[in-house]
Design a binder for this molecule. Structure first.
Ligand code: 5GP
Ligand code: ZN
Length: 114
């Protein structure tokens, strides 16, 4: 997707701080962090949002969760607690329409979220 900022980052046409990469997934530092740890776990395949995922993506989505868990452990936020979330649609705050999970930690996480 040429106009997609995350596709551009994945193709290394736009710089970003990459913290993890494998064949299917890239994890980057959020450009506007909302917590001491704020990473974005992004599949390399362009899927606009969770609502666009199909059963074909079942393994990929499971992989994203396990990669997120491993990164949380590496960052040592698994003991203090962390939040993993995806926003679907503008009403929920989605601004980049390439599915991604936010991994937030390093400070107390309040509930309910805003
Ligand atoms: P959303 O609002 O779609 O749930 O999350 C998009 C996230 O992407 C936001 O937290 C925003 O700060 C981040 N973001 C937007 N553009 C860029 C960029 O060019 N590079 C990086 N690393 N993060 C970005
Ligand atoms: Zn994309």
């Amino acid at each position: 997707m040429p106009d997609c900022i995350f596709c551009q980052i994945i193709e290394r046409k736009t710089p970003s701080k990459i913290v993890f990469e494998d064949e299917q997934v890239m994890a980057i530092e959020d450009i506007n962090p909302q917590a001491p740890v704020h990473l974005l776990i992004v599949p390399k395949k362009h899927i606009a949002s969770l609502d666009d995922a199909t059963p074909q993506e079942q393994t990929l989505l499971g992989h994203l969760l396990l990669v997120s868990k491993n990164i949380a452990r590496e960052r040592k936020i698994h003991t203090s607690g962390y939040r993993l979330l995806t926003n679907h649609g503008r009403g929920a705050g989605q601004s980049v329409f390439h599915i991604h999970f936010h991994l937030l930690g390093g400070r107390p996480m309040h509930w309910p979220p805003g």
